[in-house]
Design a protein around this ligand. Structure first.
Ligand SMILES: NC(=O)c1ccc[n+]([C@@H]2O[C@H](COP(=O)([O-])OP(=O)(O)OC[C@H]3O[C@@H](n4cnc5c(N)ncnc54)[C@H](O)[C@@H]3O)[C@@H](O)[C@H]2O)c1
Length: 312
């Protein structure tokens, strides 16, 4: 990924627009393509609104206008990717759509460019196998919205060049994201496997009547989640026993093993349990208020980020 710091984003929905903002605010020129003209017409307004939110939270180091000026909209995919050193694919989460778009990128990209896919769960090997430059493709899975949540999982296919992974990692660090390298493909990558373990247990405890939905949420919001906003589970337990992680394991590994042995035959979340959870959630937050609450979440996230920056 030498000689040039321009990037391209293909697919300009929620995640693609947020990626464009991540690159533009870091000073990179971003070419953005979406197959849908209506989606292209929304890009500038969406990014401008987010830039306003970032500026209000004290999270923007450059002028909003200057950031926006670095975003170039392209009607054609080849025009967007032709000279890009890095391309972020962010189209629909469907293997056939990703395969078609990656074929088009493959035919138009620089031979040394790197292509990261925002895929939430489909591994790169499912849609890049037949490409001429398949060795330059990998997963770069963000958390929504990437301009507020920095982690990005980099997951190579079996044929991805090691230097493509390291170049993507270096770029993500340069633009202020927090890259995680997953050494080989695994369903759900790391983040959704961890989230899935917690959700599976939360649904089981709720179904079995051990606690209500709100109290389970409260356990994370007012308990585990407070530490998790600045340290992970391994560092957490390293500090939770006087002798560190080995001491913690010696004291509590039998308890955790016993708990794990109680869930040896996991089931899909039962429909009636999901329905009950939905009824409770809609009583707490009507469907008409979901968008407003999402905006509130993003505002809180921005304040949390500003706080973390202030703490160094
Ligand atoms: N939304 C999330 O929470 C989230 C989080 C992490 C990763 N992702 C992943 O990011 C990707 C995009 O998700 P999203 O939520 O932004 O979806 P979205 O529906 O908002 O946007 C997808 C965009 O891709 C465009 N597109 C579709 N086919 C195309 C093509 N052939 N060429 C060019 N553009 C095309 C669509 O017009 C649309 O604007 C998916 O792989 C998704 O799984 C989403």
């Amino acid at each position: 990924m030498e000689g040039g710091s321009s990037v391209a984003v293909v697919g300009a929905g929620l995640v693609g627009c947020s990626w464009a903002l991540v690159f533009a605010r870091a000073g990179l020129d971003v070419a953005v393509h979406d197959a849908d003209a209506a989606a292209r017409s929304r890009v500038r307004d969406r990014i401008a609104a987010w830039l306003g939110d970032l500026a209000a939270a004290g999270l923007l180091e450059d002028e909003a206008e200057a950031c926006l000026a670095r975003v170039r909209l392209c009607d054609r995919l080849d025009e967007a990717v032709r000279s890009a050193a890095y391309i972020q694919e962010s189209v629909f989460e469907r293997a056939d759509v990703k395969a078609e778009v990656c074929r088009a990128i493959d035919g138009a990209m620089r031979p040394d460019a790197v292509v990261g896919s925002s895929s939430s769960g489909i591994p790169a090997s499912r849609f890049t196998e037949g490409l001429a430059r398949r060795n330059r493709f990998l997963i770069a899975h963000p958390v929504n919205p990437p301009h507020l949540i920095p982690v990005v999982e980099l997951v190579p296919a079996p044929w991805t060049d090691a230097d493509a992974v390291s170049a993507a990692r270096a770029l993500m660090e340069r633009v202020g994201q927090s890259p995680v390298t997953v050494n080989r493909e695994v369903e759900g990558f790391i983040l959704n496997r961890l989230q899935g373990a917690l959700l599976n247990e939360a649904f089981a405890l709720y179904r079995e009547g051990y606690a209500g939905l709100d109290d389970i949420d409260r356990t994370v919001r007012d308990g585990l989640g407070l530490r998790w906003s600045f340290m992970g589970p391994f560092e957490t337990i390293d500090l939770n026993a006087p002798g560190g992680i080995a001491d913690y394991a010696a004291r509590l590994k039998d308890l955790y093993h016993s708990i794990a042995m109680q869930r040896t035959a996991p089931e899909p979340w039962p429909d009636e349990v999901v329905k009950r959870a939905e009824t409770e959630r809609r009583a707490a937050l009507p469907a008409t208020a979901l968008t407003k609450r999402s905006a509130w979440r993003d505002e809180r996230l921005a304040k949390l980020l500003a706080h973390r920056r202030g703490e160094g």
